[in-house]
Write a protein of this length. Structure first.
Length: 283
């Protein structure tokens, strides 16, 4: 009986931890809530003799992620992005110098699109990770991913190679297919590239690594890259952020239920201890 009670306490505590994490991130851009899934435990195979099978408690089988889309919030900032539909933004950590040389950047996937421009025109998130896409050079779109860079200046040259004019960046526009276009002070418009979108066979199996970033696992499958708006890929919404898909009312109800389960098991444990104490006193 003691083991059954303890299993109930552990399961309720795990559900409280998951629900508390959901509530704590209710205002986090691109956050995806999780659920604790429970299973019954048996000392032997319950299908062998169902009439005599006695349960031995419960346990959390897994914590599943709800990948449904959150509400969209308009911000008016061009570099605030959201994906309407399936897919994840692809970001790479900035290369860091190590004792052995340059460490290869890590690739992450996220639904949080609150990006900014750094001093060199790269689109980066709050951790400095760089947004990936397909750059456009000489009117052709590249076939491999790279960090998207919006040049702060656009220089033009004479036939002899001498500098003709240098124009400053004025405005940026991003359409539904993730095409970034930059307009400069000389009214020249430059197509920078298309934002990449990654899709997965089982995106709920991506492993969270913090800051609403995810990495690939064996169960998620390898990413399938495309531009936004392609088949099976969502559209990019500029000036918009995706909010967390957390319903605070539902999470509070789940927390109250888990607390009641925890308190009930705690009272059962206290009763077992008191009964054992009385028996020992009478021996």
């Amino acid at each position: 009986m003691l083991s059954i009670t303890m299993s109930g306490l552990r399961a309720a505590q795990k559900e409280l931890n998951v629900t508390s994490n959901n509530l704590a991130n209710a205002a986090t851009t691109g956050f995806k809530r999780s659920d604790a899934n429970f299973v019954d435990m048996f000392p032997n195979d319950p299908t062998a003799n169902p009439k005599t099978s006695v349960g031995s408690g419960t346990a959390v089988d897994l914590v599943s992620r709800d990948t449904s889309q959150g509400a969209m919030k308009s911000t008016g900032r061009v570099t605030d992005l959201a994906i309407a539909g399936r897919g994840y933004f692809v970001i790479q950590s900035p290369p860091s110098e190590t004792g052995d040389g340059t460490e290869a950047p890590a690739t992450f996937f996220t639904r949080a699109g609150n990006f900014n421009l750094d001093s060199e025109g790269r689109m980066i998130d709050s951790n400095g990770s760089r947004l990936q896409g397909y750059a456009i050079e000489d009117g052709a779109r590249a076939s491999t991913l790279s960090s998207l860079v919006i040049p702060p200046y656009n220089s033009t040259y004479n036939d002899d190679g001498s500098l003709k004019n240098t124009a400053m960046l004025q405005t940026i526009s991003i359409d539904g297919k993730g095409l970034i276009q930059a307009t400069y002070s000389d009214n020249v418009q430059l197509a920078v590239g298309n934002i990449a979108v990654a899709n997965f066979r089982n995106d709920s199996a991506l492993r969270p690594v913090g800051n609403t970033d995810f990495v690939v696992t064996g169960e998620s499958g390898e990413p399938a890259y495309s531009i936004a708006g392609a088949p099976q890929a969502g559209d990019v919404m500029s000036g918009t952020l995706e909010q967390a898909n957390v319903d605070i009312t539902n999470e509070l109800m789940t927390m109250l239920r888990a607390q009641q389960v925890y308190n009930g098991n705690a009272r059962m444990l206290q009763t077992e201890v008191e009964i054992a104490s009385r028996i020992i006193d009478k021996l």
